[in-house]
Design a protein. Structure first.
Length: 145
């Protein structure tokens, strides 16, 4: 049986990206994207808005670009895959999470930028211009947190 794991998201960063390095000096950047859905309630007829907050991680050169050029509120288009992880916290409780590992990040125009960023980057390129393939599944030793 064939398997397929593909996610495409468009939204805005909820906070500034956080860049870290693994023990093997691999860059990884984490941020959360807010994706809005607007719909009309069938009963009341009023327009409603639903927001989903999706954690995203980016690896390699794309991680460096995201950390450098993206800020809270920046609009992005993410192409990636869903990854689940589980662990046990110090209190012995089992925890799990889903996140999107980005294969490419397209910077969309119109996001907040400082004047210096505009000169260095015109917004038409993307972190995915360098289509670094993130490592298959980083070992626990490589995850910086």
């Amino acid at each position: 049986m064939a398997n397929f794991n593909k996610v495409m998201l468009m939204g805005n960063l909820t906070r500034d990206p956080e860049k870290r390095y693994t023990k093997t000096d691999q860059a990884v950047t984490h941020f959360t994207v807010a994706c809005n859905r607007v719909y009309r309630d069938k009963v009341s007829g009023e327009q409603k808005k639903q927001v989903s907050f999706v954690p995203v991680s980016v690896w390699g050169r794309s991680a460096e670009n995201c950390a450098q050029y993206l800020k809270k509120g920046s609009p992005v288009f993410i192409d990636g895959r869903i990854v689940s992880s589980s662990w046990e916290n110090p209190q012995g409780e089992k925890r799990s999470k889903l996140e999107v590992v980005a294969m490419s990040v397209q910077f969309l125009s119109g996001g907040p930028r400082s004047a210096g960023d505009e000169a260095a980057h015109d917004g038409s390129a993307s972190a995915g211009d360098i289509q670094d393939e993130p490592p298959g599944s980083p070992s626990e030793d490589e995850v910086p947190f």
